[in-house]
Design a protein around this ligand. Structure first.
Ligand code: NAI
Length: 240
């Protein structure tokens, strides 16, 4: 049983839904919408209204019956929970195709994630800038991270380089690693959290869903074909 003031452990499933709430509430704020009900949130986000109430109750009593949620208050609270009321400083390690694409994306800074440096071991890249962000030699990584209080390292080096870079990062003040490499990172140091991003997982899910609807269609066609006696209630199908 929880004690007053005790921090409640929230499930990962809830945490993963929070950015969706946050993004949509941001849209409502831009449209000057002042309040929103769990039913309205449900229609847009696709979670049930009771799921939404349950999710948000994890963090306090935000809603009021008959009124719904105050959009800007809820937005601010979720931002606090997500830890984005203060800006995060990031560095990208590996200025190749992916590292450069991420550094070129301006959307991160809108949410308070500022890339302030890029590191690479290739001397031909060092000294150049991507989206006005300098590329430094990777030898300077630790010094730069500690000196500039960098929170997050974005890891976009080749697979074989991952382990040595991660070892080096554990000797810095870094708080989080946004890992794009295919290597599963295990860090014993509990002060550093790792979030793995695998675009291929998302693509495989998409493929599964395409395949699923194709399978359902096939099944339906098969059912129609196998229907022996018209549309009667007692028709038996011969679907395998
Ligand atoms: P890339 O070969 O274009 O870039 C890698 C960069 O890292 C190069 O500039 C190289 O000089 C640099 N580098 C190598 N060793 C280094 C070290 N010790 N310190 C600093 N920099 C170093 O590769 P690409 O296509 O950008 O991919 C990067 C990583 O991202 C790979 O591990 C790849 O598998 C992964 N990836 C992951 C995706 C995902 O969905 N998570 C999607 C695409 C790539």
């Amino acid at each position: 049983m929880e004690q007053p003031g005790e921090i409640k452990k929230v499930s990962m499933a809830v945490i993963k839904r929070l950015p969706k709430y946050y993004k949509y509430l941001g849209e409502l704020m831009r449209k000057n919408v002042e309040r929103v009900s769990s039913q309205e949130l449900s229609k847009i986000l696709g979670f049930t209204a009771s799921q939404i109430r349950q999710d948000l109750n994890n963090f306090g009593e935000f809603g009021q019956q008959g009124y719904g949620y105050n959009v800007s208050q809820l937005y601010t609270e979720i931002a606090k929970i997500l830890g984005i009321t203060t800006n995060h400083k990031m560095v990208v390690i590996g200025a190749g195709n992916l590292g450069q694409a991420l550094a070129n994306y301006t959307g991160f800074s809108i949410h308070g994630f500022d890339i302030i440096g890029i590191f690479d071991k290739n001397p031909n890249l060092v000294g150049r800038k991507i989206n006005d962000i300098p590329i430094y030699p990777v030898e300077d990584m630790e010094y730069f991270i500690n000196k500039n209080n960098v929170d997050i390292a974005v890891l976009t080096v080749p697979r074989d380089e991952t382990e040595s870079i991660v070892n080096r990062l554990t000797n810095t003040a870094i708080r989080g690693i946004w890992n794009f490499t295919p290597v599963e990172i295990n860090i014993e140091d509990r002060d550093i959290v790792v979030e793995n991003v695998h675009l291929i997982d998302s693509l495989l899910t998409l493929s599964y869903r395409i395949n699923e609807s194709w399978l359902q269609e096939r099944l339906l066609k098969q059912k129609r074909k196998d229907k022996p006696f018209g549309h009667g209630k007692n028709t038996t199908y011969m679907v395998k």
